[in-house]
Design a protein around this ligand. Sequence first.
Ligand code: GLY
Length: 420
Amino acid sequence: MMKVLVVGGGGREHAIIWKLSQSPRISGLYCAPGNAGIGRMATCVDIEATDIKSMVQFSKDNAIDLVVVTPDDPLALGMVDAMEEADIRAFGPKKDAALIESSKVFAKDLMKKYGIPTGDYRVFSDYNEALTYLKGANYPQVIKADGLALGKGVIIANNFAEAGMALEEIMVDKIFGNAGNRVIIEEFLEGQEVSLLAFSDGRTIVPMVSAQDHKRVFDGDKGPNTGGMGAFSPSRAYTPKIAKIVETEILEPTIKAMNEEGRPFKGVLFLGLILTQDGPKLLEYNARFGDPETQVVLPRLRTDLLDIFLAVVDGRLDEIDIEWEDNAVACVILASGGYPGSYNKGYPIRGLEQLDGCQDIIIFHAGTRREKDQFLTDGGRVLGVTAVAEDLDTAVKNAYKGVDLISFEGMHYRRDIGLK
Ligand code: GLY
């Protein structure tokens, strides 16, 4: 029997805890910092996800057998390295491999060096040189901050005025701090975006089922970017033929490339793909499970997630069969009024009890807290109403039936999740 600690506290972590709680081999499940929904399935520990020292100390004091590091920032800060130094098994890439997400310049240069299909790009560390380049460019252009920027560091500029404003914010005003010391200016690619997550132990890479997310706040992909307003799996556009190309031209070459660079990648590799007329191309890597993609992918996993995590950590992923249900899942995010801008917290959430024990609808908590028996809103993204069904159309319909039962002051959500 094992004691497992999951680092993080959003909907993604709730989905991981939900799946791990089905494992017969877990005797203690902990989450730091967790949230109110997670608290019904695991012991929440009041440690910030980026507090490496306290996380290691807690793991030692409580004889934790496995730590699952999920969010991007503790990975980029080296939490997995710190756990290993303390002789604690940890799931996730080490700091030097997490660079594949924490530096967009490293990632693009890796793609170019190893012939992995992606858009053309230029890197700038000088504001004036970047501005001169943008003056002569054709539009749209994509402008990306090099470092981690809470998912907000990618701007699509439709003309020079928009590009200039984005560049000034990133490189002069430093709205993302040092993440904006360098920028990538990249060709705009057209096509359907697909998220593909894969488990890797550094030698073997096994793709999960495909997913798509909805990043913009309003229906029809309008309004500002968010952390994600919903997701569904599988993607209708991700055909077996495309999957094969992605495996041979992107996934396998990436694992090989990271080994050649002396940065073996262990954990979850997330491909942000775009399906162009010239075939699938890679927009970006993430070094972790996606949010909200995890909420629609893990309910489809038949295999014990603990077995997979241990196989990855121990470098024997080739020894296990990872099985998936032939079904579909849709997740609609319920957000606080004002999100992704400023919003108030602490509003009572009504209707959750009507979905307790429901087999086909799972509520993943993203930003909630509890006062006595009452769940309160506690974040921009509050809940992910997730429906599992035989096909995607039914999953979407059922997710919205679940949404209709829930309410809180200011609640908003997209009405077109899973329709594209
Ligand atoms: N859904 C995109 C991400 O997790 O970064």
